[in-house]
Design a protein around this ligand. Structure first.
Ligand code: FE2
Ligand code: FE2
Length: 188
């Protein structure tokens, strides 16, 4: 954390700016998305023997382009990788490290397959998906805030949880099957 404090501060500040543009009182992006993703990514990096620094920095920056402008949504994985690259080059990181970080950011949305992706990419993509399993209450509150009725909100959250779980690597699906099944038992 201390090592990359500058980046934590940058993304935290940008998350707060983003929340204001969304005019959504409960949209606490830093606390309920970025922090869980970073925390889970580091945990998975340790568990799976990945490069912890690559995973941590990639997780910090993974949605940066989205936080700057929601219009970047469709391309935010590519734009975010480019933005992170510029910052990391300026800060003197070596090319190999930067390339690995950027690959994780670029591929955090794609469904992951063990044989095709580096273990670092898997950690970041799985952590992104896992954050939704960790924040079911926040997801429900968000939909309610948008004015959805209970049935619609339930369906949205259920779909989001299923999609997130299906996106995860087999390794992480096995690891978090209990949590996933418990959530699906509660939602109807
Ligand atoms: Fe993203
Ligand atoms: Fe994300």
């Amino acid at each position: 954390m201390e090592k990359y404090k500058k980046y934590y501060d940058l993304i935290k500040a940008q998350s707060h700016i983003f929340d204001k543009t969304q005019n959504c009182k409960i949209g606490q992006t830093w606390e309920y998305h970025l922090c869980p993703v970073i925390r889970n990514a580091i945990m998975l990096a340790i568990d799976y023997g990945a490069n912890k620094d690559v995973v941590e920095v990639a997780a910090i920056f993974h949605d940066y382009a989205d936080l700057i402008d929601m219009n970047n949504r469709n391309e935010h994985h590519i734009l975010g990788a480019n933005l992170a690259r510029e910052i990391l080059i300026k800060d003197g990181f070596d090319k190999d490290f930067i390339d690995k970080v950027c690959l994780c950011i670029k591929n955090h949305r794609a469904s992951v397959q063990l044989e095709k992706n580096s273990i670092e990419e898997i950690c970041v993509a799985d952590a992104d998906a896992l954050s939704h399993l960790d924040n079911v209450v926040e997801l429900i509150c968000w939909r309610a805030y948008l004015g959805e009725d209970i049935k619609t909100a339930n369906q949205f959250v259920k779909n989001k949880i299923i999609k997130s779980y299906n996106k995860m690597s087999k390794l992480s699906q096995n690891k978090f099957a209990d949590k996933y099944n418990a959530i699906l038992k509660v939602l109807y």
